[in-house]
Each structure stands twice: as C-alpha cells, then as structure tokens.
Design a protein around this ligand. Structure first.
Ligand SMILES: [Zn+2]
Length: 437
C-alpha cells in the first residue's frame, strides 16, 4: 500500500490481520542454549550470540534476503506509485475525471466521491501487477503465504471496497474543508487526517478486522489464566484475550493491541499460540500489555500528527508552485479534487524521505514495550525465543544505521540482548517465575 494511502486508510489498517483457534494440546517447550543458561559465569553478550548462533545459516540467509529485498521494494514501490500519480496529472486524466464528476452532478461532495471512485479504480488497476508480486508471489516464494490466489484476491477486493468507502468519506470531509479555508489548509488537512485515523483505529477491531479474520476468545485455561493474572497485576481490567485466525493468510507469528476509545483489546494470532511455549506467549503478551499500559496508541497518534502536519505544510508550498507552473494540469486551487494526485505525489515524497523518522517513532515505543514486557512477564528466555521466531521475517542482526533507517521494531539481536541484560541484572530471574504447565 502506498504511504499516502496507508495514511488515508488509517494506521490501524496495518494491524488488520488476525484469527482464533483453540490451543493445541501439545505446547512446545522452551529451548535455551548452553551459554544462555543461568550460571555464575552468565554474560549477556555471550548469551545473545549463543541465541543468534542457534539459527541455521540457511534460515538466516533466507530471512536476510527477504528483509533486505524489502528495502528495495520500498524504493521501487515509491517510484512506481510516484510515476503513476505524475502520469495522471501530466496526461490530463485527473482533470478529465474531475470534469466527468462535475458533468454527472452539481453537488460538490458527490463530485468528490465520483472522482475518488475513478481515481481509486485507476490506481488499483495500475498497481495490480505490483500488488500481486509483493503481496502474493513473493510471500509464497518465502513460504509465508498460506492462501491460494482466489482467496487472496477476495481479501484484496474487500480491502479495495473498504478504501473506496472509508477513503471516500474522508475525502468528502477533507475537500469540504479545503474549499473553505485559505493558506492554513495544511493545518486543517492534518486535523481531518488525524480525526480519521482515530475513527479507523477505534472501529478497526469491531468492523474492519472481522472482514478478513475471526476473533475468538482464548479459552485454554493453561494459557489464558497466567496471561490474565499478568494483565490484572498490571492494572488491565480486561477479562478477555483474543485469538485471531491469521493462519488463514500467513505463517507469521504475531500479536497486537488494537482499538481506541473503548474498543481496545489484546490479541495474539493462532500461529503464535500453536508454535510458542507458554514462556514465549507470556513474554509476547507482556510486551503487548506494555503498549496498553504505556498508552502507546495515543502517544504514536500524537507523534504521527506532528509528522503529518509538517508534511502537509511542505506539501502546501510545493503544491502551489507546481499548480502555477503547470497550467496544463488544470488544477484551479487546493480545493479542486483534480489536485489530489499532486497532493498524494508530494506527500509520498515526504513520507519516503521521512521513513527513518516514522520507523524510529514506532521503534522507540516498541523498545519501551519490550522493557515493560520483560519486567511484567519475567520470561527473558521466552522473549529471546519469540524474538528468534519474529526473525523469520525480520533480519536478526542488522548494522546500527540499517536498524535506524529500516526497522520499525527493535531487531532480534537488540531484543535478545535486552532480555539477556535483564536476566543478568535480575538475580535468579530464571527461578522467579517457573511457567505453570
Ligand atoms: Zn509491539
């Protein structure tokens, strides 16, 4: 998904993949390398290296290739999207789509909606080969995807419908505002985008995710009870943990906190439940509780708003210059919907340049949640093992600059080291909390 589209579709959209299944009777047991076992000679660096060395070289090479390939995909995806947006402007298609909308109705909001439908269809068709490659073929190539083509396409179609409806509503509001305000439009646009993100985040677990996956309550008491004890001990009143049947789409292990304004919930996916030991599940859920207790959704929203506001301010300058210079694009003002591809193009350039900033905003809160989770779950080896599983699709040991630019979560090495450092600093951590079986 293009950055600007992700923006419009809302931050919570990215989290929209999960499903529920009861835990298998056989819970896997925890593996701890010899050098990471608690002992008088315990050394966090040596323990971290022992964990990293436990990954077979061919598995590590595969994960590195997948993740590093993603760096290039970000670049090509940005350029591909930018070329399409530019072509829409330069070919006169954008102005023609607006003219068509104006011929069909005199009502401005409906014109905006008709323009959006045309724009979205053209964009979806033009990016379809790219979407098929990145989201389908490549995911199968690396063994993550579990869907055949038609179910995959059906999910894509639902996503498209959702973008049509939610994006259409957002755009009608946005252009309603843009037609009425002057030079301060960038501030108003930020307000609309942020309000829309709040709305999408709030409805995501209830109305969006269920379109793709099924949430069920976790009922296995051996797993649910320790998790709920940890939740209650940390002031989370919830009596439910949700499992989402993400194995419908992928083999990846994941968990998340979603929702806002009363719809918040913690959920783990069925891959995590099936493949992880209780120690790992506790470690991961401790991390998710960190997001919850430390109010990360609200915090990220505020930080993101600042980034968006700066973005729109810069876009505003570029927009006016380009609009005046390119009279042949026939954009009358910022409130003219024919200028949408130009706003999207300029914003995508900004978002691409701001990639390290956006990643760092998220990565910092992820690190905070890691620290919270270690203290709450007291399962450093569970956390290290979970980090190795996440390392199947995220490069385990990047360089520091690479981690700064491309990682929206701490790398596996950073996370394992955090866990081993915690273990070293917490006397007899290993026997503080033997997992109940
Ligand atoms: Zn997290």
């Amino acid at each position: 998904m293009r950055p600007w589209r992700r923006l419009i579709a809302g931050a919570a959209f990215a989290a929209a993949m999960l499903v529920g299944v009861s835990a298998s009777a056989q819970t896997p047991s925890l593996q701890i390398p010899a050098a990471a076992q608690a002992s008088a000679a315990f050394d966090p660096v040596r323990a971290t290296n022992a964990y990293l060395a436990s990954v077979p070289p061919e598995k590590k090479a595969r994960s590195d290739a997948y993740f590093e390939g993603g760096y290039w995909l970000q670049l090509w995806g940005f350029l591909y999207g930018a070329a399409i947006l530019y072509a829409l402007l330069a070919s006169g298609w954008s102005a023609a789509m607006r003219d068509r909308a104006e011929r069909l109705t005199r009502r401005r909001p409906v014109q905006t909606l008709i323009y959006w439908f045309q724009f979205n269809v053209v964009l979806a068709l033009a990016t379809f080969p790219w979407t098929v490659y990145t989201d389908f073929f490549r995911e199968h190539q690396y063994g993550f995807a579990t869907q055949t083509f038609w179910p995959w396409l059906w999910d894509q179609t639902k996503g498209f419908g959702l973008a049509l409806v939610l994006g259409g509503l957002a755009l009608m509001v946005l252009y309603g505002v843009l037609r009425r305000v002057g030079r301060s439009w960038w501030l108003w646009a930020t307000g609309v985008v942020v309000a829309f993100n709040v709305l999408v985040a709030a409805i995501a677990p209830v109305f969006i995710v269920p379109l793709f996956n099924t949430y069920t309550r976790l009922t296995d008491a051996r797993i649910r009870d320790p998790i709920l004890r940890m939740a209650h001990a940390n002031g989370i009143a919830s009596d439910d943990v949700y499992v989402v049947d993400q194995s419908r789409q992928t083999t990846r292990v994941s968990a998340n906190v979603s929702g806002l304004l009363g719809t918040q919930r913690i959920s783990l996916n069925d891959n995590l439940l099936r493949r992880c030991s209780l120690e790992e599940i506790e470690a991961v859920l401790g991390h998710e509780m960190g997001h919850y207790v430390l109010n990360h959704l609200a915090k990220n929203l505020v930080e993101t708003s600042i980034v968006v506001a700066i973005g729109f301010a810069l876009v505003g300058v570029g927009f006016e210059r380009m609009r005046q210079r390119r009279g042949d694009w026939r954009i009358s003002a910022v409130g003219d919907v024919a200028g949408l591809p130009l706003i999207a193009l300029l914003f995508s350039i900004y978002a691409f340049a701001a990639t390290p900033i956006n990643n760092t905003i998220v990565r910092e809160t992820e690190y905070e949640a890691d620290m919270f989770g270690l203290n709450a779950a007291r399962q450093p080896d569970g956390f290290a093992n979970a980090a190795l599983k996440l390392g199947e699709y995220r490069k385990l040991a990047p360089g520091p600059i690479e981690e700064f630019i491309f990682f929206d979560h701490p790398s596996g090495r950073t996370r394992i080291f955090s866990a081993m450092r915690w273990k070293a600093g917490t006397p007899s951590a290993s026997d503080l909390r033997p997992a109940a079986r």
